[in-house]
Design a protein around this ligand. Structure first.
Ligand code: AOF
Ligand code: ZN
Length: 369
């Protein structure tokens, strides 16, 4: 019942493995599992695309007979329920694994401690909480949706050297370089959904797809906060809506007079005809949208801008992670100030990582939950 010196290294390997299918297993989490015997990895598994089979059963199959007496490192507590597949705990027992090391316990009410109990009842040694902080980070979307029925929210901002996110009156301003841009495409692929405000949708005409070769199919659900349904019908978002889904979130019904009512309904019908889903929000609050997304199985949301949308999520205290990309050039006059810069990150956030992407620096901040 005591952690061993090698535990963290092997758990780190299991966590790295879990990243392979990040964004591809929804609504199941992407779990990693390595099976170790005599100091060597003899089996590997990651939750399959689509969520099944689970990581452990694949790692056990990979190890085969050799799993007898081995140690299994798994990023999430092995399941104990009969779903579409039999429980992983049962498989670990059947293969004769001697010890199971777990990073994060599973909040799913069908599991939640029962997986560990099943293993212990069978005489298997179990240790939990190994690299828990790192494990929770990879499973953040799953954990957030399970415990709060909302997606884990990442706010991504690209700011100039003088802390601006753009310039008034112009379209997209190039702030960061190619490597950062590619990095953002990876971020898109890893998230279930991506959101911008209508201001950005009009000014930048973004496509919000994932365009990295091989990752095109991992374009997330695209969402625009669009109180008055002004999304341009000729823009890239609407034009690609039949291929990659788009949701326009309409604000709470304004005090309509007959005329505005007609315009709103006409826009609604036009978006509908173009294949855009219109979601009517009652309160106009980000919390309401997040709950609706959680209920649809969306575990991770990337908020990509602009300043107003970012501010709405920050004000509602609904940002869990901030990624601040900073380019080398200043924008100067006419710049639109970023709601967040390195010097005014809300105090509940902790700096966890800094990376260099070409000439740009990226700082990552998170707060626990
Ligand atoms: C594991 N290993 O790799 C994953 C687990 O719909 P089901 O039957 O696949 O069950 C989904 C639940 O399985 C999910 O809520 C979580 O509790 C667990 N996910 N468990 O042992 C895995 N992905
Ligand atoms: Zn399982």
């Amino acid at each position: 019942m005591t952690p061993r010196p090698d535990d963290e290294g092997f758990m780190a390997a299991a966590i790295r493995l879990s990243r392979w299918h990040l964004g591809l297993t929804s609504t199941n989490p992407s779990v990693g599992c390595v099976i170790v015997k005599d100091g060597a990895v003899i089996g590997r598994g990651v939750t399959a695309v689509g969520g099944r089979p689970h990581a452990e059963t694949q790692a056990l199959a990979d190890a085969g007979e050799a799993a007898r007496g081995a140690t299994a490192y798994v990023t999430l507590e092995p399941c104990s329920h009969y779903g579409k597949t039999p429980p992983c705990s049962e498989a670990l027992i059947a293969y004769g694994v001697a010890r199971v090391v777990i990073s994060v316990t599973d909040p799913d009410q069908r599991v939640s401690g029962r997986g560990i109990a099943m293993l212990r009842d069978a005489g298997i040694e179990v240790d939990t909480g190994i690299l828990e902080e790192e494990g929770r980070r990879e499973l953040a979307g799953y954990l957030m949706r399970q415990t709060r029925n909302r997606p884990y929210v990442t706010l991504k901002l690209a700011v100039s050297a003088d802390g601006m996110i753009g310039r008034t009156g112009t379209g997209q301003v190039r702030i960061t370089g190619d490597i950062s841009r590619a990095q953002v495409q990876v971020l898109r692929a890893e998230n279930d959904a991506i959101l911008v405000g209508i201001g950005t949708a009009i000014a930048d005409d973004p496509e919000l797809t994932c365009r990295l070769p091989g990752l095109e199919d991992r374009t997330p659900l695209r969402i625009v906060i669009d109180d008055q349904l002004q999304l341009p019908l000729g823009g890239k978002l609407v034009k690609t809506a039949r291929q990659y889904p788009v949701i326009a979130v309409a604000g709470h019904p304004p005090p309509f007079d007959e005329n505005t009512d007609k315009v709103f309904m006409a826009r609604r019908a036009a978006l509908d005809a173009a294949g855009v889903e219109v979601l009517q929000s009652n309160s106009g609050e980000p919390g309401e949208l997040l709950e609706a997304l959680g209920t649809r199985g969306i575990s991770t949301l990337l908020v990509e801008g602009g300043a107003r949308a970012a501010q709405r999520f920050l004000d509602a205290d609904l940002v869990d992670r901030i990624l601040l990309f900073q380019g080398p050039d200043a924008i100067g006059e006419g710049g639109i100030e970023s709601p967040v810069t390195k010097t005014n990150i809300p105090p509940s956030f902790r700096h966890i990582r800094a990376s260099q992407f070409g000439d740009d620096r990226c700082d990552e901040f998170e707060r626990g939950f």
